[in-house]
Design a protein around this ligand. Structure first.
Ligand code: XMP
Length: 319
């Protein structure tokens, strides 16, 4: 019988046997997998775990603070937070191609992470929140069977140059098992049942060139959408929902004047495996309410659209 308590006890034993008195480094993204891996490792080896959390400036509103609150303050895990927003934005300046953006974000992440790792003496292990579907996915990629539509940089791991032994405590688990484990380990429900968020973050939700101004507007609009989904009990009924920033301007009227501002698209999908998805049939009244809030509260955005494309042919993310 599959029991989270069982798996935890078993994993803890295995981790302790492997790691001994060594130090383990983990890149914390704020996503479910790395979070559960962190909580599990912390339970097994306490302060021998050091987490590095990179704020790339492409996170959702309040996300970096939330990660620090949950892990550092609440769970007492050692987390080194690195503010690398300007470094990512500088590297992305002028780049419009989605795959090029993904590669840059992946590369800068590795650079920043390696620099942080180099400053930590005596680390022997690199832990990753790899789960079973990632193992299958990358195996498919290697044999060339899986067609690469988008390069998912955070699947597959960090470079060998780090010279660390790899620790993947969730490698045999499916997503729902990882969630059960996280709950059992005391992670907050909101974190454990959070929608997936792509590694390149808002970098692939801002179409074309990424600018701080765009990221700031998108964060506000996205936060309103997510807040309203929670408030109207829709968040847990859809598989993934977010706002997308369109760098085009359209004309509107605000108060007595004419305005000429940016557009955001809202996207919400239902999906089992994220390989196919249908757009969520959110109620018109709900969409109306969210649209009004965004236009009223986010100055710089004057038009909101709702994405009614299925996957296929459209992908879930816009880039
Ligand atoms: P698409 O857009 O390919 O998305 O239909 C399927 C799922 O994968 C997520 N996604 C990514 N995740 N790095 C990630 O870690 C990426 O580059 C990436 N691109 C898409 C997307 O959010 C959805 O859940």
């Amino acid at each position: 019988l599959w029991k989270p308590g069982h798996i935890i006890a078993e994993s803890i034993e295995k981790i302790r046997a492997k790691v001994g008195t060594d130090t383990v480094l983990l890149g914390l993204s704020g996503g479910v997998d790395s979070s559960v891996a962190a909580a599990l490792l912390h339970k097994a080896i306490g302060n021998q775990l050091i987490c590095v959390f990179v704020d790339n400036g492409l996170l959702r509103r309040g996300e970096a603070d939330q990660v620090m609150a949950t892990f550092a303050r609440h769970l007492g895990i050692k987390v080194i937070r690195i503010d690398a927003e300007s470094r990512f934005l500088e590297a992305l300046a002028g780049v419009v191609d989605p795959e090029a953006k993904r590669k840059i974000i992946g590369r800068v992440f590795i650079e920043v992470f390696e620099e942080a790792a180099a400053k930590l003496p005596n680390v022997q292990w690199l832990a990753q929140g790899t789960i079973y579907p990632d193992v299958i996915e990358s195996a498919g990629g290697k044999t060339g069977k899986a067609q690469v539509i988008k390069s998912h940089h955070n699947v597959g791991g960090l470079p060998e140059e780090l010279n660390l032994k790899l620790l993947e405590p969730l490698r045999e688990l499916f997503k729902d098992e990882v969630r059960h484990l996280g709950t059992e380990l005391g992670l907050p429900f909101d974190l454990v049942y959070r929608h997936p968020f792509p590694g390149p973050g808002l970098g692939v939700r801002i179409l074309g060139e990424v600018k701080k101004e765009y990221a700031d507007l998108l964060r506000l609009a996205d936060a309103i959408f997510i807040e309203e989904l929670h408030a109207h009990d829709w968040y847990d009924k859809v598989s993934q929902a977010f706002a997308v920033f369109l760098p085009v301007k359209s004309v509107g009227v605000m108060g007595d004047g004419r305005c000429y501002d940016f557009v955001v698209a809202l996207r919400a999908v239902e999906s089992v495996d994220f390989m196919t998805a249908r757009w969520a049939h959110l109620p018109y009244d709900f969409l109306d309410h969210v649209s009004r809030r965004i236009i009223n509260e986010v100055s710089g955005i004057s038009r909101v659209t709702y994405d009614i494309s299925g996957k296929p042919p459209a992908t879930i993310e816009w880039e």
